[in-house]
Design a binder for this molecule. Structure first.
Ligand code: SF4
Length: 278
């Protein structure tokens, strides 16, 4: 039995069993990343798809995902690799790739406009050891590292990887503790602390997915954008539209006009506000 100290949950993991995220296990009395090098998806994507709008616009980036997540959002678009039963089964069958092999693939795509590697699709930091090992090699190869994260890990994990990360998109999924805790099974304060620290070290853009009747009030957007502005008015914010998915199919997609209205409110305090999925 060992305690995982990667995120606020601090799972007690028995030998051979998994933590809440299903990515970390206990081996010989120590917590290790079971998903180290396990690849669920690999694609060359435009950087704008991460989404990053103010970091090497027009470039492409090799985007890599693994399995597992330490949030359980009922509307997850990537549930097949994050926290469904399918994700667990796929992870058992997936092949492992070494950091060296992955960086070799990324280098081969330089001529197609690739600037480096984006760690994305599932939550990369529940397997931060793989991110760290790849990111070091990516820098040695003269390329960039991008992290797309829910930001819900302890600051000591952020400090271990931040020297190698050039840009991040971090989800700030809402601005009440209740929304994070009840709907997402997460911890808003941990995410806020992560964002506060990350913006001191690398380029950061934030994403807020708007779910009808859950986190979509004008007042919540005023508080969320005000808090971001208190860190730095020039942090880009992506306000994104929800579509029914996974365990949340009883709601309509977010009204496009409402997304535009929330973007207007955010622009009162922030310099760069973008709308997504509209
Ligand atoms: S990273 Fe995973 S195993 Fe570790 S505390 Fe968080 S949910 Fe538990």
């Amino acid at each position: 039995m060992a305690v995982c100290e990667v995120c606020f949950r601090h799972c007690d993991i028995e030998e051979g069993k998994f933590g809440f995220c299903k990515a970390r296990t206990c081996k010989d009395g120590k917590v290790v990343a079971y998903n180290y090098g396990l690849i669920s998806s690999l694609a060359l994507d435009p950087i704008e798809k991460k989404p990053l709008r103010r970091f090497y616009p027009g470039s492409n980036i090799i985007s890599v995902g693994s399995f597992g997540c330490n949030l359980h959002c009922p509307f997850c678009q990537n549930y097949e690799i994050s926290w469904s039963r399918e994700a667990e089964l796929m992870a058992r069958r997936a092949e492992r790739i070494s950091p060296e092999e992955l960086v070799m693939i990324a280098s081969r795509y330089k001529e197609k406009g690739n600037i480096g590697i984006a760690y994305t699709y599932n939550e990369p930091l529940i397997g931060y050891e793989f991110v760290r090992d790849c990111a070091k090699l990516v820098h040695e190869a003269g390329m960039k590292n991008v992290l797309v994260s829910n930001g819900m890990v302890e600051l000591k994990i952020l400090k271990e990887i931040i020297p190698y990360i050039d840009a991040m998109n971090i989800d700030l999924k809402g601005f009440t503790d209740e929304y994070y805790a009840k709907l997402l099974k997460g911890n808003r304060k941990q995410v806020m602390a992560f964002i506060e620290e990350a913006v001191k070290h690398c380029h950061v853009e934030l994403t807020n997915l708007i779910i009808p009747d859950e986190n979509d009030s004008e007042e919540e957007m005023r508080r969320l954008s005000g808090w971001i502005a208190s860190l730095d008015r020039s942090i880009p914010l992506h306000i994104s539209r929800f579509f029914p998915c996974f365990h949340m199919t009883d709601k309509d997609p977010t009204d496009v006009e409402h997304i535009y209205k929330l973007a207007e409110i955010a622009r009162e305090q922030l310099e760069f506000v973008y709308t997504g999925n509209c």
